[in-house]
Design a protein around this ligand. Sequence first.
Ligand SMILES: Nc1ncnc2c1ncn2[C@@H]1O[C@H](COP(=O)(O)OP(=O)(O)OP(=O)(O)O)[C@@H](O)[C@H]1O
Ligand SMILES: [Mg+2]
Length: 364
Amino acid sequence: QELKGNIRVFCRVRPFLSDTDSNGQEEAIISYPSSVENAGRGIDLMNQGQKCSFSYDKVFDHSASQDDVFVEMSQLVQSALDGYKVCIFAYGQTGSGKTYTMMGKPGRDQKGIIPRSLEQIFKTSQSLESQGWKYCMQASMLEIYNETIRDLLAPGRSSSEMPGGKQYTIKHDSQGNTTVSDLTTTNVFSTADVTSLLEKASHSRSVGKTQMNEQSSRSHFVFTLKIFGSNESTGQQVQGVLNLIDLAGSERLTKSGATGERLKETQAINKSLSALSDVIFAIAKNDDHVPFRNSKLTYLLQPCLGGDSKTLMFVNVSPEASSAGETLCSLRFASRVNACEIGVARRQTQSKSSSDNSNRLSYG
Ligand SMILES: Nc1ncnc2c1ncn2[C@@H]1O[C@H](COP(=O)(O)OP(=O)(O)OP(=O)(O)O)[C@@H](O)[C@H]1O
Ligand SMILES: [Mg+2]
């Protein structure tokens, strides 16, 4: 039995897509153990005649709806309103369903975690108003493309143009709060505000076609909502953060058919994902030195992976037999992530009434 750390891991298997299973029966390489202790948590993969078994905090099979998935994480999302730093990210091979899981598609049923989380945050914050809470929320969206940060909400940013002179330097303060210099942050007051921002951002995001996915994300996408809450009647203040991240997919260069710009993108993606895996290895082994600085992605995620946030990783996998090797790599990586011990999640709160910490946010 593996030891479980405190980064939670959910696995989601996407259904066969019509154009991949159109020529008949694909042999099923994924199955789910029926034993009681592993129900809803286990997954078995057949790879080269061998059965490999894994278990996570939750496993969603191909029939899970967007709603089924969100139900399992709405509490986690909620805790951002209580002053926690929350980080949810999707990892997996290209075409395995990360963007579908995080963003989803237009329409009530197909919406993914990001729009659903925001709806919930606004709904709950409104209901907390009756208890004297007032919230102020700031959204920002960036992508990391070829190891460069791009501001997806920069005014006047048209598809590929880079605004000049912007540094986009990542900084973490001593309390694990992250800022990216020059990044546009927008005050948001309703779900509608965020929806239009998300639309804007998804048009600006770098997307291309690969052999494995028509609409492949060529960058890591990071949505951040900073939440400041104060309660007039009790004098309490809270500061929470919700980070929702859709990673670019890993892919074998030989399989991707990439050349030129696409090849460069693929190399950058693979490099940053292997930096992520180095970081996870170091944390899992309890190394003194964790190489967060080796890529923009890992440096940005440092507080989520090595700090005091509540972190959940989705590992998305494809059901096709032709992807078995990649699926095995993803599932192994996910087990390693699941075993990582990071700091204890803490709330950032401040109470005006107590004199000794009145000017500082405290943790507890
Ligand atoms: N659970 C699901 N139900 C229905 N369709 C899905 C599901 N998951 C993924 N898909 C479809 O599969 C295709 C690939 O999914 P998606 O674009 O989310 O992959 P990805 O992991 O983001 O890939 P990349 O790394 O290339 O960006 C899309 O057409 C998407 O709509
Ligand atoms: Mg994607």
